[in-house]
Design a protein around this ligand. Structure first.
Ligand SMILES: [Zn+2]
Ligand SMILES: [Zn+2]
Length: 336
């Protein structure tokens, strides 16, 4: 089959690899659509430490089952069934898995991050990771479920209270998904900050009550700051700025993926004196089914989120678009 192969950091090609065959508990999925995310940029550049090379990337995907392993129970999952997949592969027996923190697994793996993924005609998926998608949800929409499930986990971690004011810093795919979930989750008002004014216009369309390219403009309408502030940029100076936007007694969530060596200056006195809570949110944990339901139920404006789609052969061009910040969620359609 045809696949995107990253031989080593910086060396990407479209090539041929053997067709996958299903292990006893696996499904083979003909990929309908697979989204490109920031992690793929990091993998292509050798900046995602757990990745072994060569690898076929692609972890935000949906498609149709074409083969079924011998232990897969008859019924829900058969040839022709449309599914989306949680890419997480937790070991199940480390201390973190056993205490309900599979996303912090000591042997954390994920389809498309550490084992071959879905920028290919076919991908193999453990049946435990497969979720049925209704007919009215297209493969392109279903490939958004994975990023939505990351955002759902973020909201689980943040635990906003009904009526909270919220600020989201970064209006990329994740920031705009968090915006939509926050409004669903009971925030009274959500402001969005980004340097890209086009994205701010979209944020307003999606329900942001106030947008700006700088914090001071937002603090002019919320002089006490926001109950919850989410960083969805992973950029150190943006995080330092965002922290200034937290109200006394409020919460700050680090959601964006910063560089491992990045550092920010914080005031321990403010954390103490203003009783600020800082939380992190990493990937997906018990949040995939909710994301299936949210996308299926129309809670996410998928039309606004999905921009260009490319054939497999144009992966490098698609990756470049993402790197340049063009559009929002760019996807690959490996089977045309
Ligand atoms: Zn992703
Ligand atoms: Zn584990």
């Amino acid at each position: 089959m045809r696949a995107v192969i990253i031989d080593k950091p910086g060396e990407i090609r479209i090539g041929t690899v053997p067709d996958p065959t299903p292990g006893p508990d696996e499904l083979i999925v003909k990929v309908g659509a697979c989204g490109i995310c920031g992690t793929d940029l990091h993998i292509s550049e050798g900046e995602f430490p757990p990745t072994p090379y060569p690898i076929v990337p692609g972890h935000e995907f949906a498609g149709e089952i074409v083969a079924v392993g011998k232990n897969v129970p008859k019924g829900n999952f058969s040839v022709g069934t449309r599914i989306a997949a949680d890419p997480s592969l937790f070991c199940g027996h480390c201390i973190f898995c056993r205490t309900g923190h599979g996303n912090l697994c000591l042997e954390w793996n994920a389809i498309g991050d550490t084992v071959d993924g879905a920028f290919a005609e076919y991908v193999s998926v453990p049946v435990a990771n497969a979720y049925l998608i209704p007919d009215h949800v297209s493969f392109r929409e279903a490939a958004l479920i994975e990023p939505v499930s990351c955002a759902v986990h973020g909201i689980h971690r943040l635990e906003p209270k009904l009526g909270d004011s919220m600020l989201i810093v970064g209006a990329g795919t994740m920031g705009l998904l968090l915006l939509q979930l926050a409004l669903r989750g009971g925030a009274s008002r959500v402001a969005v900050m980004d340097l890209n004014t086009q994205r701010l216009t979209l944020a307003e369309k999606l329900g942001a009550y106030k947008t700006a390219t700088n914090l001071d403009e937002l603090l002019s309408v919320e002089p006490l700051g926001f109950d919850c502030v989410i960083d969805a940029t992973g950029v150190a100076p943006a995080i330092e700025t965002a922290l200034r936007g937290v109200k006394r007694g409020g919460k700050f969530m680090v959601f964006g993926v910063a560089h491992k060596e990045a550092r920010v200056a914080i005031s321990p006195f403010s954390i103490y004196n203003d009783e600020i809570t800082i939380v992190g949110s990493m990937a997906v944990l018990n949040s995939y089914q909710q994301a299936v339901d949210l996308v299926s139920g129309g809670a996410i404006n998928t039309k606004a989120m999905l921009t260009e789609a490319f054939p497999l052969e144009e992966f490098s061009q698609a990756l470049l678009n993402v790197r340049q910040g063009k559009g929002l969620k760019t996807q690959i359609l490996p089977n045309g």
